[in-house]
Design a protein around this ligand. Structure first.
Ligand SMILES: NC(=O)c1ccc[n+]([C@@H]2O[C@H](COP(=O)([O-])OP(=O)(O)OC[C@H]3O[C@@H](n4cnc5c(N)ncnc54)[C@H](O)[C@@H]3O)[C@@H](O)[C@H]2O)c1
Length: 255
């Protein structure tokens, strides 16, 4: 790993959804290393527990909260838990997401479509719906919504995922304008192919072997590289950045 960029999140409370694996786990660990109290939230108890345990073993502070981002009430409880544990909410990363079925649009399974939209899009809305009021009460905050390169370009077979991520980018811009003057910054991050369990679970192994070549840099990205950008956007060093979509894509969308 490159030299870590250092941030100071001392005194801040952070929610990270999908923090039991991949990008969310990397962000949760980096936030905790930088002083935040991190609410490690996921559906997967084993993954979330392991990440929280690792944070604590490194001297950081973390609590696990199991919640389905596609459940409005569970997202309300998640924010309530964070406020109770930390005395307020300052940072949130709406990161949980699924790849969904791979099929041409005219053959796309309707249930599968609804599931992707419910998790990847509605889940981000349910998150912000509760996080923003809590941040306003806490004197301001910063949110990063995890989009994708598929927030700006398309991919064959992934119409639901592409639609959900484009919508996350749009929703991020609208919400950012609404709360900019009240001290809540909201941005979206767009990773290209990142080496996480999401890809192993969903991509054809032959395609996975060659996927690095799709990026001008010649390889996939790492979860830590996405975390570095995410933590920068969350930090006060990004105080003038809101309502924008930031790629971490090895040049993928420059082609
Ligand atoms: N890996 C990539 O190549 C890549 C590229 C661009 C964007 N992304 C996005 O980054 C985010 C994280 O992806 P990752 O690669 O780390 O995936 P991952 O599969 O490694 O981790 C995702 C985590 O989200 C959790 N999760 C799934 N559905 C959930 C739900 N309904 N409620 C709560 N938690 C849920 C899973 O249990 C898992 O722990 C996703 O939004 C994904 O779309 C990933």
């Amino acid at each position: 790993m490159a030299d870590p960029i250092t941030f100071d999140f001392t005194g801040k409370t952070a929610i990270v959804t999908g923090a039991g694996s991949g990008i969310g786990a990397a962000v949760a660990r980096e936030l905790a290393r930088s002083g935040a109290l991190v609410i490690v939230s996921d559906l997967d108890e084993g993954g979330a527990g392991a990440v929280a345990e690792q944070i604590r073993s490194e001297g950081g502070r973390a609590h696990v909260f199991l919640a389905d981002v596609a459940d409005y009430d569970e997202m309300e409880s998640l924010t309530g838990f964070a406020v109770k544990q930390g005395g307020g909410l300052h940072l949130a990363v709406n990161n949980a997401g699924i790849a969904g079925a791979i099929a041409p649009t005219a053959e796309y399974p309707v249930d599968g479509w609804r599931k992707v939209i419910e998790v990847n899009l509605n889940g981000v809305f349910y998150g912000m719906r509760h996080q923003i009021p809590a941040m306003l009460k806490s004197g301001g905050g910063s949110i990063v919504n995890m989009a994708s390169i598929l927030g700006s370009v398309g991919a064959r077979g992934s119409s639901a995922y592409t639609a959900s991520k484009h919508a996350v980018v749009g929703m991020t811009k609208a919400a950012a304008m609404e709360y900019a003057a009240q001290g809540v910054r909201i941005n979206a991050v767009g990773p290209a192919y990142i080496d996480t369990p999401l890809l192993e679970k969903n991509l054809d192994p032959a395609f996975l072997k060659q996927v690095g070549d799709l990026h001008p840099i010649g390889r996939m990205g790492t979860a830590d590289e996405v975390s570095a950008l995410t933590c920068f956007l969350l930090s006060d060093r990004a105080a003038f950045i809101t309502g924008s979509y930031h790629l971490v894509d090895g040049g993928y969308t420059a082609q």
